[in-house]
Design a protein around this ligand. Structure first.
Ligand code: SF4
Length: 290
């Protein structure tokens, strides 16, 4: 078992060992792991360029945090908005068709930084898949180096506090929370409820897309699968319930008491009552481009 200082030294040695002549590309998100990764890359003294690929559905605080604390990060704005891509995909992103990651993260990284060696903030603790890969590995996107592989959440918090690193306000003071896109379906239930309460406007954008585009487009198919209304479709989506499980859930639960269903109903109502079409909203809340 390594101590925190040993893990830091291991990360620094790894980055130095694999440093390419043209420097690393550091995949930066504004989350706690990428802030620590950025800091350790500075301590290692390796050459790197941090890059960030924003999506409209991230916490708005993330944009200002990165601009304020990491002004040298290069931003790659997507050509199309999250809502435009959703319209084309004709469905919400899920584990079968995770079009958001492919379109907004993987493809641009591959296109812009083909054959570059990347520093990524993945940690073994996060998932079995991440734990199963070595610290340096080849992907379709090139070579990835993972200096934080052995860091636990406690380690990340300890480094953040000890080194006085900036903390993204999107965490709401709780660094144990995982930060992702606000509307992401892969969040834990407690984080999802937190996101729904804090960034309801983005969920209302999502509800708008469901009510006016996605559900009408596949209404017959969705009804046949038991999602009888846009509210049912969006609730089952966030409860991660397949058609048979959604049917069981409806039969055995009081929908009027379920916190996710109640919030979805509210978003749908707002979407139907004068909410602005997200396809017509200014990109990234009128954020001035650097
Ligand atoms: S965090 Fe969730 S919504 Fe955002 S790109 Fe990843 S999978 Fe998609």
């Amino acid at each position: 078992m390594r101590t925190l200082n040993q893990k830091i030294q291991w990360a620094i040695d790894l980055m130095r060992e694999f440093e390419p002549d043209n420097g690393y590309v550091l995949a930066f998100s504004g989350g706690k792991d990428s802030v620590v990764l950025y800091h350790l890359a500075c301590l290692a003294g390796v050459k790197f360029q941090a890059v960030y690929m924003p999506i409209e559905v991230e916490p708005p605080e993330n944009y200002t945090f990165i601009k304020q604390h990491f002004p040298d990060v290069v931003w790659h704005y997507p050509a199309r908005s999250f809502w435009q891509v959703m319209l084309k995909a004709k469905r919400l992103p899920d584990h079968r068709f995770r079009w958001c990651t492919t379109h907004f993260k993987l493809r641009p990284m591959r296109r812009l930084y083909r054959n570059r060696i990347r520093l990524v903030g993945e940690r073994a603790e996060e998932s079995k898949a991440r734990a199963s890969r070595p610290a340096v590995y080849h992907t379709a996107n090139g070579i990835s180096v993972r200096p934080l592989l052995w860091f636990t959440t406690d380690d990340i918090i300890a480094v953040t506090e000890r080194e006085g690193l900036p903390v993204n306000p999107a965490y709401g003071g709780d660094l144990r929370r995982r930060m992702s896109c606000v509307t992401c379906v892969f969040q834990r239930k407690t984080t999802l409820l937190y996101s729904m309460d804090r960034w309801g406007d983005l969920f209302t954008d999502m509800a708008y897309m469901v009510v006016f585009y996605l559900y009408p487009h596949r209404a017959d198919y969705l009804k046949a699968r038991g999602y009888l209304t846009p509210t049912e479709y969006m609730s089952a989506y966030y409860l991660k319930l397949t058609p048979p499980r959604w049917a069981r859930f409806k039969a055995t639960h009081d929908l009027d008491a379920d916190p996710i269903v109640l919030r979805v109903r509210q978003f749908i109502r707002r979407a139907q009552n004068g909410h602005q079409n997200p396809l017509e909203k200014p990109r990234f809340g009128n954020l001035q481009r650097l």
